[in-house]
Design a protein around this ligand. Structure first.
Ligand code: B4P
Length: 188
């Protein structure tokens, strides 16, 4: 399976991605995790990315694409992957499609959640970029740059929207339902 989890910051993409990858033996590629690892390791890329992340802005495409390409080129990714937090804008989506060619993404799961629930979840998480002002900026960046991907993938017939409100188990069950439907479709 080749999947994308799309949704606003704090929708629970990272939380659900880990569970889905465990259940289906997929490589979990989180650009947020890769960027935080680069920042933690003090690489040149990490140093460049840090100021964007601290402000809640998108890291430039060239940096993010370099990380994604390096990970997708590793042999284990050939068996299937889940992209978590990537692509974040239309130009990243187009670069991904060009890289993958005819082994493109099969499904995009859009996790929908109201802004106020997002703010509460992220304030409770308390990561360095989880202050209220930065969260509000991330929501605005999402609406301007990432939300257009909803129509983009819908137009390609790849999008399924699920409600990301509710417990982690309830949300996981909704995603599992989408994936079992698509497996049934594939084998029909
Ligand atoms: P990300 O790491 O992608 O972080 P996120 O969107 O905030 O989190 P996510 O949706 O994964 O939520 P989570 O499961 O953790 O991005 C961070 C930054 O990196 C961006 O601002 C940007 O600067 C940069 N970046 C990343 N990718 C990029 C790209 N492609 N291009 C450019 N820049 C990029 O859940 C959040 C919290 O909610 C957790 O505490 C969790 O425990 C809780 N939670 C989850 N599910 C819940 C539920 N059902 N009920 C209650 N709480 C729940």
């Amino acid at each position: 399976m080749r999947l994308i989890l799309l949704g606003p910051p704090g929708a629970g993409k990272g939380t659900q991605a880990a569970r889905v990858c465990d259940a289906h033996g997929l490589v979990h590629l989180s650009t947020g995790d890769l960027l935080r690892a680069a920042v933690g390791a003090g690489t040149d890329l990490g140093k460049e990315a840090k100021a964007f992340m601290d402000a809640g802005n998108l890291v430039p495409d060239t940096l993010v694409l370099a990380l994604v390409r390096e990970r997708l080129e590793q042999p284990d990714a050939a068996a299937g992957f889940l992209l978590d937090g990537f692509p974040r804008n239309v130009s990243q989506a187009e670069a991904l499609a060009a890289d993958l060619g005819d082994r493109g993404v099969e499904k995009v799961i859009h996790m929908k959640l109201e802004d106020e629930e997002i703010v509460q979840r992220l304030l409770a998480r308390g990561r360095e970029d989880d202050t209220e002002a930065v969260i509000r900026n991330r929501l605005e960046v999402y609406s301007n740059e990432t939300a257009p991907l909803i129509a983009h993938f819908d137009g390609q017939g790849l999008l399924v929207t699920i409600d990301a409100q509710g417990s982690m188990d309830e949300v996981f069950d909704r995603i599992a339902g989408v994936l079992s439907d698509s497996n049934a479709g594939a084998s029909a």
